[in-house]
Structure formats: C-alpha cells, structure tokens
Write a protein of this length. Structure first.
Length: 425
C-alpha cells in the first residue's frame, strides 16, 4: 500500500474514493461491486448467520485516511451511522503524522475461560488439588483443538481463585488460552466444557458455568502518540485538553462520555471487520472499572516540549478467523483494505483509531465545542428528512448551520422558501 495520507479525500465523490481505495488496497472488480452494493450480503448468507432472518440493514462504511501505525500506512474501514466520526479520526491521524504517527504494542492473544465450581466442601484444599493437576487439565483442554496447539496456541496456563458470593464461596478455575488469530470464544468454551468434569471430580464440588470472559486482561493493546501543540492550536488548546481529560479521569459521569468517544472509533472498525462489538464494548468498560472506580481508557499529559502525549490501553479480543469476519463478504473486503497480517496487528491498529478518535473529540470540546462540526454534518441528515434532494440538501444544511438552528421545522421552512424562490426564477 502507498501512503494513507490522501489530500482532499473527503472532497471526492463516493465513486472516486472507492477507485482510490481499489488501487491502494488491490481490490478486484467483484470486491468493488460488493462494496458499491452496500455490503453484498445475500438473504441466504444472512439466514446462515443468525436465526429468523427477514432481511438486513446497511450501515455506511467510510475510510479514515492518514493513519501511520508502527511506521506502516493504513486505510481504516469504519462502519458507523454517526456523522463527523470518520472525518475526526482522519484529521487526528494527520496531526499525529507530524510526530511519527501512532506506536502500538500488544500482548499475546490470551483469552480466559472460567469454570465455576459451587458447593465445594473445602475451597482452599480444592484450589490446591486443582493446581496440582494443572498439567493434566491443560492436556485435556489442548486435546480439544490439536490444530490450535500446532499453530503455537492452545491452553497455556491455569489459575484458581476463591470468591465469596451471596450464595456462598465459589472456586473459579481459569484456563489461559492462546487463540492465535481467532477471537477465541468457540475454542475457549469448548476447552472449558471439556475439563469441567475433571475439575468437578478433583474439587468435590459441582460445576455450573463453563464460559470465556470478555474481560480479556491478558489480551491488551497499548497505543501512544504525540500531537504537536502548534498543530493542535497552541499551548492554550493543549492545556484545555488536559483539563478536559482530568475532568473525565475524576468523574465517572464524564468518563462514560469520554470513553464513548473512544469507542466511536474502536467499535466502527470492529464492526467493519466482522468482529464482536458487544464483547469489545463490555471488555472496554469493565477494564475502565478494574481499579474499583470507572475512569478513562486514555491518559493525556504535556511532554517536555509542551506537546500533547496520549496513551490508550484496553482489552481488544479481535480475530481474523471465524465468525462474520469470514462469512460476511464486506467484512472480508474491510480486512483486505486494512492489510493486516494477524489478529495482534488488527488490535494494534484499532487501538490507534481509538486514541485518534479521543483526541479529536477532546480538541473539539476544548475549542469550538462538539456541536459545531457535528451539527454541520448532522444538518444534511435533517435536510434529507425534511424532503430536500440534490443541491438543496447542502443549501438547506448550510443555512441551518449558519443560523444555528439545526431542526426539522427549520429545515422544512428553508426548503419551502428555496423551492418557492426557485419556481419564481
């Protein structure tokens, strides 16, 4: 792929944008047609994915440009219905390029499978007995997926904890499974179910749940970037962004919206690539609460040069094997556009998008306010809802933004005036 820094990408028509992406990502004519058809998922394919299918729903797919992650250029496919998100990510990525872009790292793709044991006569002794049989338990787990083991993955470790609950103490056995390029839910759940009878017999208790955890604290992504203060608008803007971050770090009510902005970027890429958005959202917000109080997924500070330095750290259990990533034709194309080679690289890129999205939101809040840019794009939707078409969409939208009245009634009034004026002329 060439450079993702494409000047004026937003000014192109959708067809012109797709042509550029086709060239940069090496899309085939068939893949272009699938993209143009808003996803290319047939009713038959959908019927094999979930139950009681009657149709489908299309979400706009945009491309965020300018992303440089670990010295590699990426075009970022983002599936989202909210205006301003793709543009904001692209602009933040452009600012980050001044200081080398984003730098991301990730831990091995370890998922946690939990086996809940209740009615244990002696929890402390049971914990010791289970740990003594660790190698035998891991062998049973790995026998369930020998191919995963051959690829370097599989059950790598086992931990046991005792928790107090309202129905009494429980012994929780946890499998640490390296899922390689898969998200891993099916593999982990299969292993947990396979070892359940064994740990039940060892503990003397009764196994109840056997399932993976979406709080993937062993599967973390960390992304960092530095944003030059002049490119952000000067020292005052940097200080205001840090003040905005400090508010979110201290107050869970603000942190929830702060993290929602992060997830605007994260979730849109997760969705575009056919990964599990609910799992990622659940894991992210649980991770933000891991210290006993809900706080931010990102941290921001001023470096020695007076520039703004940002860090994001969060679980990102995404895969390239299985599920909709393989079964949905548009998800396959999105992965091809990204050009990632493995699940870890995918997670590292997604982490960078989350950090970029957060920077863009904080900068907007600390300067012009979030509404100005957001409402400019939202105004076009309101104009369409009012019945505007063609050139009148932009004219009505621009008038509403200029008058700071982005409402359906105002759109209808302006549309009526413009149409009446057009008939007279």
């Amino acid at each position: 792929m060439g450079s993702s820094e494409i000047s004026g990408f937003y000014k192109l028509t959708p067809a012109e944008r797709l042509e550029k992406v086709k060239i940069l990502a090496g899309l085939t004519e068939e893949e272009v047609k699938t993209t143009e058809s808003m996803g290319g998922l047939s009713l038959g394919q959908a019927d094999r994915m979930i139950e009681n299918v009657i149709g489908g729903i299309s979400i706009p797919l945009g491309i965020a440009v300018n992303f440089l992650v670990n010295s590699k250029d990426y075009l970022i496919p983002m599936a989202i219905e909210e205006p301003s998100v793709v543009a904001a990510a692209s602009h933040a990525a452009k600012i980050a390029r001044v200081r080398g872009g984003f730098w991301s790292t990730s831990t091995p793709p370890i998922m946690i499978g939990q086996i809940q044991i209740v009615d244990v006569p002696d929890p402390i002794s049971a914990k010791g007995f289970i740990l003594k049989k660790k190698m035998d338990i891991l062998k049973v787990a790995n026998d369930q997926d020998p191919i995963l083991s051959k690829l370097g993955g599989g059950a790598k470790d086992l931990e046991v904890k005792i928790i107090d609950t309202q129905v009494g103490p429980m012994v929780i056995t946890e499998l640490m499974v390296d899922c390689r390029d898969a998200m891993g839910a099916n593999a982990v759940n299969t292993m947990a179910e396979a070892v359940a009878p064994m740990v039940e017999e060892i503990s003397g208790g009764r196994v109840n749940l056997r399932i993976l955890s979406n709080l993937a604290t062993k599967r973390l992504v960390k992304s960092t970037a530095t944003f030059e203060r002049e490119a952000l608008g000067g020292e005052v803007v940097v200080d205001r962004i840090i003040e905005a971050y400090a508010f979110a770090a201290a107050d869970p009510y603000r942190a929830a919206t702060h993290n929602k902005g992060v997830m605007n970027g994260i979730t849109s890429v997760v969705l575009a690539t056919g990964n599990d958005t609910r799992a990622i959202e659940a894991g992210a917000h649980a991770y933000a609460s891991r210290l006993g109080r809900y706080t931010t997924l990102t941290t921001w500070k001023k470096d020695d040069n007076g520039d703004l330095s940002g860090v994001i750290e969060m679980p990102l259990a995404v895969g390239l094997i299985g599920g909709a990533t393989v079964s949905h034709p548009m998800a396959r194309i999105a992965v091809k556009i990204l050009g990632v080679r493995n699940a870890n690289e995918l997670g590292e890129v997604i982490g960078a998008v989350g950090l970029a999205q957060n920077l863009a939101a904080l900068r907007a809040l600390a300067t012009e306010g979030i509404q100005r840019g957001h409402m400019r794009l939202h105004a076009r939707n309101v104009a369409v809802m009012a019945g505007a078409s063609g050139e009148l969409i932009d004219k009505v939208a621009e008038a509403m933004v200029r008058e700071r009245k982005v409402r359906a009634d105002e759109a209808k009034r302006l549309l009526h005036e413009m149409e009446s004026h057009g008939k007279k002329t």
